[in-house]
Every structure is written in C-alpha cells, then in structure tokens.
Design a protein around this ligand. Structure first.
Ligand code: XMP
Length: 510
C-alpha cells in the first residue's frame, strides 16, 4: 500500500482517490505520525502531500528524517517537494505571492515519471503554491520547468525520490493520472490489485471472523451507505443481522420505502420497521430554528433506535456506514474547523450505547461504496440515489413544520423527482429537491387573486458536497416542474430556481 503523509492540503484526499482508481490501495496519515507507527503500516511507497505552510517559517510541519533513509520510493507534491528540498540540502525560495491556476510545463531530460506521458512539447499543469525550489539537493536533477519557475520537478532516480511542484492529482493537470501511475507502477513497482470485487470477497471472509455467532444491529436509512452495510452483513452473517428502519414522519414520498421495499423483496433481511412519526412531529411542534430541529431529531432518533435495539436479546455489535473521509477527518492533521451545520448522520449513533462497532466501509470513499453496491447487484436507483439529510424534510420546510406544510412539500418534491427521473437528469446531478419557503405571494388564477406558498427548486452539481454549483438543467425541464407543481399542488402559486453556488450558500436551505 501507499501511505500519503498529509500536510493539510485541500487535495490530499484526491491523491488517495487517484491512487485507488489506479488499483493501488492508499491511506492518509498525518505528517507527524511516529516513525515506528509508520513502519508498522508497511508501506511500499510514500507520497508527501501539499499544504499551506512555508518551510521557511519556524513552526512549519516536517517529517522524521529517517523516512528519507529508509529506501522507499517517495513522491513529494508541492509543499512535499519543498520539504524534500529543504530537508535534503537544497534551497527553497520563500515568496509572498501565490501562483494559482494553470501553467505550462516543459520537460527537462529523462524522468521515469514522464515515461508514458504522450509526446507533447508542453503539458498544462495545475499550480497552487507560494514558495518554490531554488536549488535541488545533492543527487537530484531538474526534470521540468515552467514559464515562471526553473525547477518545477526534480528527481533522484537512484534513491527513487521524485518531486513535483504542480498537482498531478487535480483534473486540470493534463495526464496527471499518467504521471501518478508512472510513480506507482514504474518507480514503486506496485501492482493494480485494489478492486471492489476483491474488497467484497475480503469482507465476506473478515466479517464472519470478526463477529462470530454474535448479533448485530444496523440502522437502515434508505441511503446508499447504510444499505450497502446491511446487504454486505446480510451476506456475511445472515439472520444474526437486525436492521432497524425508523420512519420519523419527515421522509419524502418514497424515500426509504422504495429501498426498503426492494430489500424486502430481494434479501431475506431481519427488518424492524418502526413508525415513530407522532413522536418526532409532536416534539417539533412550533419550532423554526434549524439547529434546534436537528438536535431534537437527532436525539429522538437515538431514543427510538435504542428502545428497539434493546428488545433484541443478545446484541453485541452496532454496524455503521462510516466512510473513509469521516475517518480522515477524525485523525486529521488540521485543527477542528468551525461547525457550520451540525450534520447528524443517521449512522452517527452515540458511543454511550453499549455496543462494539462494526464499520465495514471505513476504508472506502463514496465512489468506492457505489462500486461495492454494484458488485452486490444493487439497482441504479439505490447505487445513484441522491443523498438525503438525516433530519429529512424538517430542514426543507423552512420555518415551522406542520402536517399541511409537509404535505405540500412532499407533493411538490415528488414532481421534482419524477421529472428528474423521466428526463434522466436524476443521474447527472448530485442532488435535486424542493424547498417550501415561509412566505406567501400574490398570484392570479382565472379571474381570482391568489395568495399562496412558494416552492424553491434546488438542483446542484457536486463531487463531494463540500462545494457545489447550481445545475444548468434545461429550462424546458424546469418549466415542466414549475407548471406541474403550480397546477397539481394545492396551495402553491409560485416556483423559483435557486442559482447560488456553495460556497457562499449551502446545498440545503437550513
Ligand atoms: P449543506 O447544506 O451543508 O449540505 O451544503 C451538504 C450535504 O449534506 C447534507 N446535509 C445533511 N445530512 N444531516 C445529514 O445527514 C444533516 O443535518 C444535513 N444537512 C445537510 C445535504 O443534503 C448535502 O448533501
């Protein structure tokens, strides 16, 4: 495996995803990991990520120098390159300006990293740095330059050390994948063996070994992560798995039910279907603060789940759909970032519950989970299901939640889902849904003045929900959604399209 040492770059996860896409398993660890801990991981190669620091500042992060004497292939990217230059006897020029964006890269001499890069005079590469290397360390030679800097890449072929000032992991870098693959396959001599079918095979072996004859509970939300956990465990341990699905009264039409219906039909699951609408809705009565709504829904879910789990005798484990980005977040080198919304995944059950954890997806990125779902034979509408927030429609009915307002939103949202599916745009966008606004506006119907609700359509493109942009969905489809909602949903006389990006907006309205 490849170990990526993280210096806090926003692209570190991309490096991991790119290596895995090439079939090489990689893990991210903080740059200040102890050398013994690192050795215990038995890496075949090391990649040093980028990062916001400058090697010239006294508190800049470094690594144990023994890493350079170990003899492993090393690739330094951006800050990683500067750190190599700094620690191995080269020179780094501090800079106040940042070079950010595309640059033209010109190769200098031979380098195994350029091996299979198709012949071109120059490559467009993505830069994001302040400092740059001014003199290479002894043993190194310059392997590329750009119009702005003389040393844009360097290598010491005999020690298998390579460094790039640009970001090969970013899609804007031409043939960046090829450069990374050259490092993995030609320099580090790794094999492409990380596939989701091998992952499923190894899980079907490991899970029964871990769990034995004990019982496991699992919260099923209808989303892809918990569904994959349930199906994987169902295959691994059969009837010892108990799935709990909680209907909180805040589901969209068909949310959950469609997935649950499918699982019931195709898998012999132990399913506990809990109808807890009244409990949730009565506790939310009269509230309009989003964070308060989230909190109440969060602890009510835990209460309901716990009550049901206690009824099942002899449960030892709780299965959760924790993914790798959550794991990285928890061991991250950076300090905690500000809480913008207190996200509460349905899987996020508290430590106080007296269960040991089973987290079969904790090594995987989201795109890998989708591949596992396909491997397990799940249909497209589950594999590519849009994310749906744990607090559900409670944060899409802006303001107070009443049965009437929930029903209006449900009907409008059903039309949005239907039109997205019918036009196949459902599979092209990250998320699409309706939001009910807390205001009424004037309209005219026949000869009558109306004074009714407004629905906002929120349809966005995104890779990981961290950033997003509004989808440029054809106006005919938007038009059809609008006229259907206004004609078919009683109490709505206006539909608007949200054209804000994240940041500065967020995907959800609350
Ligand atoms: P925002 O609104 O923060 O949303 O841009 C990013 C992604 O997270 C989902 N989301 C939530 N998911 N509990 C969840 O489980 C929440 O409270 C929550 N709030 C937002 C949102 O749907 C989007 O995919």
């Amino acid at each position: 495996k490849v170990i990526i040492l993280d210096f806090g770059s926003q692209y570190t996860q991309l490096i991991a995803r790119r290596t895995r896409e090439s079939g090489v398993y990689s893990e991210i660890h903080p740059c200040n990991i102890g050398i013994n801990e690192l050795k215990a991981l038995q890496p075949s190669a090391i990649i040093l990520s980028g990062g916001p620091a400058s090697v010239s500042s006294p508190d800049s992060p470094g690594i144990d120098p023994c890493i350079f004497e170990w003899g492993l292939p090393i690739l330094g990217i951006c800050y990683g390159m500067q750190l190599m230059a700094h620690m191995l006897g080269g020179k780094v020029a501090p800079s106040l300006d940042r070079e950010y964006g595309r640059s033209d890269l010109y190769f200098e001499g031979q380098c195994p990293l350029w091996n299979t890069v198709s012949e071109a005079e120059k490559l467009t590469v993505w830069m994001s740095h302040g400092d740059h290397v001014l003199a290479v360390p002894p043993g190194f030679s310059v392997t590329a330059k750009t119009q702005n800097i003389e040393i844009a890449a360097m290598a010491d072929v005999s020690r298998k050390m390579y460094a790039l000032q640009f970001h090969p992991e970013v899609a804007h870098t031409e043939q960046g994948d090829e450069i990374l693959r050259n490092f993995l396959f030609h320099v580090a001599d790794l094999k492409s063996v990380w596939t989701m079918s091998s992952f499923v095979d190894s899980m079907l072996q490991a899970l029964p070994e871990q769990i034995g004859d004990d019982k496991v509970v699992c919260g099923l939300s209808g989303g892809i992560d918990s569904t994959v956990v349930a199906v994987l465990l169902n295959k691994a341990i059969g009837k010892n798995l108990h799935c709990i699905f909680v209907d909180n009264g805040l589901l969209r039409a068909g949310e959950g039910d469609e997935v649950i219906g499918y699982l019931r039909q195709h898998f012999d699951l132990n399913l506990h279907y809990i109808k807890a609408q009244d409990k949730f809705l009565s506790r939310l009565e009269g509230l309009d603060d989003p964070e308060q709504k989230r909190k109440i829904i969060g602890y009510t879910f835990i209460e309901v789940f716990e009550e049901e789990a206690k009824k099942i005798p002899g449960v030892k484990y709780l299965a959760q759909g924790t993914l790798y980005p959550d794991v990285i977040e928890s061991i991250s080198f950076k300090g905690p970032s500000a809480v913008i919304k207190s996200h509460h995944n349905v899987g996020g059950l508290p430590e106080k519950m007296d269960f040991a954890l089973v987290e079969p997806l904790r090594e995987l990125f989201k795109d890998e989970v989708r591949k596992v779902a396909q491997e397990l034979g799940l249909p497209d509408f589950i594999v590519w299901r849009h994310p749906f927030p744990g607090p559900g429609l409670a944060i899409r009915v802006i303001g107070e939640i009443t049965d009437e307002r929930l029903e209006i939103l449900r009907q409008a949202d059903k039309i949005v889902q239907h039109e997205l599916m019918a036009s196949n745009w459902y599979y092209k966008v990250w998320q699409g849904f309706a939001v009910l606004l807390p205001l009424k506006t004037v309209g005219v119907m026949g000869d009558e003045r109306t004074y009714e609700h407004v629905i906002a359509l929120r349809i966005v493109d995104s890779i990981d929900a961290m950033t997003a942009d509004w989808s440029r969905i054809p106006t005919e489809i938007l038009g059809r959604m609008s006229s259907r909602i206004i004609n078919e949903v009683k109490g709505v006389n206006r539909v608007v399209y949200d054209i804000s990006s994240k940041p500065p907006s967020t995907i959800e309205w609350e």
